[in-house]
Write a protein that binds this ligand. Structure first.
Ligand SMILES: [Zn+2]
Length: 325
């Protein structure tokens, strides 16, 4: 199976067929043969969404090539096409059981594109995880919204929180291999799949009890509040005190980066509030004078530093999956 594109428009749009063939190979290796025959056709055109995953026939917005600068993704065109290719297995062959299971298919498409990007260049993967955190700011609904709004009212809120909560945060708590094992257990056959079944598969592969996690992060009503921490390095620099002061019920694992005056001055400190609680004092031995602390430099959790003076924002929360123009 090869990625086929409408040669003139596809090449003009900047599609790198070899790069995407590598992604297809990763998908087939993990989840079985491409489900829709010999060809995967890609139509490049002016579209409402950045991309759409009709089985065997992907539509990609023709303006994506032009938005390299300013996009949250390293390469919006390459990322979007991988996302839609992932949907051939996750969303098309295996479909959602209910409208409010929408989040799993978008989260898997995002996460699987991220896994490939990270394997090609960790910096590209990190940029995608950073995009997810950016998209999460201002989300008005939980991934599985208890108020059951119309799909068009809430679906734009899943693209950032969804992959972070369902897969990125879980791989940090366990491992990427265990998350892929969970996905292998639910993809690869024509069937309907629910979010709860995805969570159960993750529990099986990771051995984690995700009951409280799912209740806190996935299900809820109203706008979700994501956690914030206060961080204080002791005066003698032998310890760092971390307190999760916002949304204490939403636990995860992340790092702090303690930094100094030189570019090479960095000490990563792991913080695990999932198992270690929301108030921790961690021993540190920095070999430099700490001048700055960055919360979550590796984009492992929807966790931010406590905003002491939160700037008022009137920026509307934009649906990240609408076409750029
Ligand atoms: Zn999608």
């Amino acid at each position: 199976m090869t990625v086929y594109d409408r040669t003139d428009t596809g090449i003009a749009a900047g599609i790198d067929a070899a790069y995407h063939a590598g992604f297809v190979a990763m998908m087939e290796q993990n989840f079985g043969p491409y489900p829709f025959g010999a060809d995967l056709r890609v139509l490049v055109a002016p579209t409402y969404w950045a991309g759409f995953e009709h089985p065997g026939n992907i539509v990609i917005d023709d303006s994506l090539k032009k938005v390299q600068i300013g996009s949250a993704y390293a390469s919006p065109l390459a990322h979007t096409l991988d996302h839609e290719i992932a949907h051939q297995w996750a969303g098309d062959q295996t479909t959602i059981a209910d409208t409010y299971d929408f989040v799993w298919k978008e989260s898997m498409a995002e996460y699987l594109a991220f896994v490939y990007e990270a394997s090609v260049d960790p910096a590209i993967g990190l940029k995608t995880a950073d995009a997810w955190k950016q998209f999460s700011v201002g989300a008005q609904y939980f991934p599985v919204p208890g108020e059951k709004p119309a799909l068009f009212d809430y679906y734009g809120d899943v693209y950032g929180p969804g992959p972070m909560i369902l897969f990125r945060q879980i791989e940090v708590l366990s491992s990427r291999a265990n998350v892929i094992t969970a996905l292998q257990s639910v993809l690869g056959t024509p069937r309907a799949l629910s979010v709860d079944e995805v969570v159960a598969a993750l529990e099986t592969s990771t051995g984690l009890d995700l009951g409280a996690y799912a209740a806190a992060w996935i299900h809820g009503t109203g706008a979700p509040v994501f956690p914030q921490v206060d961080v204080a390095v002791a005066v003698d620099a032998t310890s760092v005190h971390v307190v999760q002061i916002v949304a204490p019920e939403r636990r995860c694992k992340f790092h702090l980066a303690l930094r100094g005056a030189q570019p090479t001055d960095e000490l990563l400190v792991a913080v695990d509030t999932f198992t270690g609680g929301i108030d921790q004092t961690l021993a540190i031995t920095p070999a430099f004078a700490v001048t700055n602390v960055v919360v979550d430099p590796l984009r492992e959790c929807l966790m931010t530093a406590h905003a002491i003076t939160a700037a008022p924002t009137n920026t509307p929360h934009r649906n990240p999956w609408l076409a750029p123009q």
